[in-house]
Design a protein around this ligand. Structure first.
Ligand code: GLN
Length: 252
């Protein structure tokens, strides 16, 4: 009986050790980082001519992986699924993702790596010029983004949510929408292709606040957060970060 009890105790202790006594091990123990993105957000992420995700964020996370001595595998998924997939399908997410209090409830963020703001894409000659003009309008957004959150709070607005920002822009071109609210750089990229008909207006004109992009990671993996932050810091110090900004975004 005593022997059986001892065997049982051993088994329980071994199970405890294997599961790390309830706390998950750090992602830093892995050779490959599985990185989630949504490659519909140029110039930060898009699908290149070979069908592979590319863009500023992709190059940045590969450089971070290199500094950490890890392979990086990119998984393209819907933006709205990224946060909930961290810690299960993916190890971390880089997707022009704004740090928000709501997201911070479930994930930890790296130090911010880029400052952005929501822009308003309007047809040329639109009468919309300030926040009050957005009230009661038909607004297109990318689902689950800060643009979506802002649009949803505008009184009387009808918000159409798309998986791809470019689809919202197409509906604006087709006159199904009055405007699209989306981050500055994708707004400028989308408008540059159709500048004869639409324009990208700085969200500051509408009272929208600045946002910070950061890399999202599993909550509580402080080892991963500090390794990512020190990689980011050294990429800023050695000039790699500036080179990537120049290559993909084209501004300082
Ligand atoms: N910055 C916005 C957000 O975090 C949009 C990001 C995106 O569409 N990739 O919600």
């Amino acid at each position: 009986m005593k022997k059986l009890l001892a065997v049982c105790m051993c088994a329980i202790m071994a199970a405890g050790l294997l599961s790390g006594c309830g706390s998950k091990g750090s992602v830093t123990g892995k050779d490959t980082l599985i990185v989630g993105t949504n490659a519909e957000f140029p110039p930060f992420e898009y699908v290149d001519d070979n069908g592979e995700p590319d863009g500023f964020d992709i190059a940045l996370i590969k450089a971070i992986g290199e500094k950490m001595g890890k392979q990086v595998e990119v998984q393209n998924m819907e933006f709205d699924s990224l946060v909930s997939s961290i810690g299960s399908k993916i190890d971390l997410a880089i997707a022009g993702m704004t740090v928000t209090e709501e997201r911070e409830k479930t994930v930890d963020f790296s130090d911010p790596y880029y400052t952005a703001v929501q822009y308003v894409i309007l047809p040329n000659g639109s009468a919309i010029a300030g926040y009050d003009d957005l009230k009661g309008s038909r607004i297109g957004v990318q689902m689950g983004t800060t643009g979506d959150f802002i649009a949803s709070e505008i009184a009387g607005s009808t918000v159409s949510r798309y998986n791809k920002g470019v689809d919202a822009v197409n509906d604006l071109l087709n006159e199904r929408l009055d405007c699209v609210i989306i981050d500055k750089n994708p707004a400028e990229t989308f408008v540059s292709i159709h500048s004869d008909t639409i324009q990208a207006v700085d969200g500051a004109q509408f009272g929208f606040e600045e946002e910070s992009y950061a890399i999202a990671m599993p909550s509580g993996d402080s080892q991963l957060v500090s390794q990512v932050n020190s990689a980011l810091k050294s990429l800023k110090e050695d000039g790699t970060y500036d080179q990537l900004v120049k290559k993909y975004i084209g501004e300082e």
